[in-house]
Write a new protein. Structure first.
Lengths: 163, 163
DNA sequence: TTATCCTTGACTTATACTGACCAAAATTAT
DNA sequence: ATAATTTTGGTCAGTATAAGTCAAGGATAA
C-alpha cells in the first residue's frame, strides 16, 4: 500500500499539463531556467520531463529556441482522452503485423476518414523505411520486423489519438 | 514566472510579414535606415532579421542596392512544379541532420503550410522511433543516426511533394 | 538483485543585438 | 568629365543570454 509517488518529474509534468489546460489554446510557452528555479532543480531536468512526458508519441509537439529571448513551447495537438479508440486501434494492430495487413489497415482508416491520404502516405513511407533498414542494414528476422512494424504503427496511431 | 517576451527580431519579422501580406504581389521594398529608426535599433539589426527570418530556407529572396535611393526588396518565392519543390526540400535537409535541426525545419514547414500539425506529429514520431531504435537497439553512432534521420526525412518530404 | 526511471552538472551549441568598419551608388563640386 | 561628398546598405566580431546533450550515479520498482 503506497501513496501515489510524486517524483519531481511528475510534479513538473502536472504543472505543465495544468498550464496547458488553463490556456485553452492547447499550447503554452515556458522559460526553462524559470521552471528549473521554481522547482529547485537543474535546467536539464526540464528536458527530461519534456522528453519523457511531452513526446510526440503522446500527442505533443515541442518547439524551442536558444539564446536571447529563448523559450520552450509545448503544444498539445490531441487530447488523449479517447482511450477506448486507442485501445481499439492497438488491438487491431496487435503485437505483430505484416506489411500487407498494415497496408490494409491504413487503407481502411483512410476510407473512414480517420487519416488523410497524405497522412497515410507518410505512415507508409515510415513503415517501409524501417522495413528496409531492418532487412538490409541490421539483418532483422521477418517476424521481428513484424513486431517492430506493429510498434511503430501503434506509436503513430496513438499519437494521433483518433476519436 | 515570466512569459517569454517577444524579441525585437520577432517584432520586425512580423512587421515585414504584414507588409508582404498587404502588398499581394509577394514582395516589398524597404529602407534599412527607416526600419531601424522605427524600431529603435541599429541598422545591422535589420540585416540580422533578414538573414535569420527571410532566408531562402524560409522561402524568401532578398535583393538590395546601396547608395542614394538604395533599398532592400524582400521577395516571397513560389514553386512552379513538384520537382523544384522536391529539390528544394532535399536541399534543406542535406546529407545529415540533427534532431534539433530537423525539429526546426519541421516547425518551419508547418509555418509555411507545407505540412499540417498532424503531419508534423507523425513525422516526429517516425523520426524519434528510428532514433530510439538506432540508439538502444542497434548501437548506431550519433553521426550515422544523423545520416539516417536525413534519409528518412527526405523520403517523407519528397513523397509528400510528389504526391 | 536487476532493470528502469530520475536527477545532476559539466560541457556544447544556438540566438539576439550592438558598434566599428567596409563597399557601393548617386549627387554635387570642380 | 572627374573627383569629392553624401547617402545608402553589408560584414564581422564581440558580448550576453538561454537552451540542448550526455554520461554518470542515485533512487525505485519488479
Amino acid at each position: 500500500m503506497s501513496l501515489p509517488s510524486s517524483s519531481l518529474t511528475q510534479i513538473i509534468e502536472e504543472y505543465i499539463a495544468q498550464l496547458l489546460e488553463e490556456n485553452e489554446v492547447g499550447e503554452v510557452s515556458l522559460r526553462r531556467k524559470d521552471l528549473a528555479e521554481r522547482f529547485g532543480c537543474v535546467p536539464s531536468q526540464i528536458n527530461y520531463v519534456l522528453r519523457s512526458r511531452f513526446a510526440p508519441e503522446n500527442g505533443f509537439l515541442v518547439e524551442s529556441q536558444r539564446g536571447g529571448h529563448g523559450y520552450i513551447k509545448v503544444i498539445q495537438l490531441t487530447f488523449n482522452n479517447c482511450d477506448e479508440e486507442v485501445v481499439h486501434l492497438a488491438d487491431l494492430v496487435g503485437n505483430a503485423i505484416t506489411e500487407q495487413e498494415s497496408r490494409k489497415l491504413l487503407v481502411n482508416l483512410q476510407n473512414r476518414d480517420v487519416i488523410s491520404p497524405r497522412e497515410r502516405l507518410i505512415i507508409e513511407v515510415a513503415l517501409r523505411s524501417q522495413e528496409e533498414n531492418g532487412r538490409s542494414l541490421f539483418d532483422i528476422s521477418p517476424y521481428r520486423r513484424d513486431l517492430m512494424r506493429a510498434e511503430l504503427l501503434k506509436k503513430i496511431l496513438t499519437s494521433l489519438a483518433l476519436g
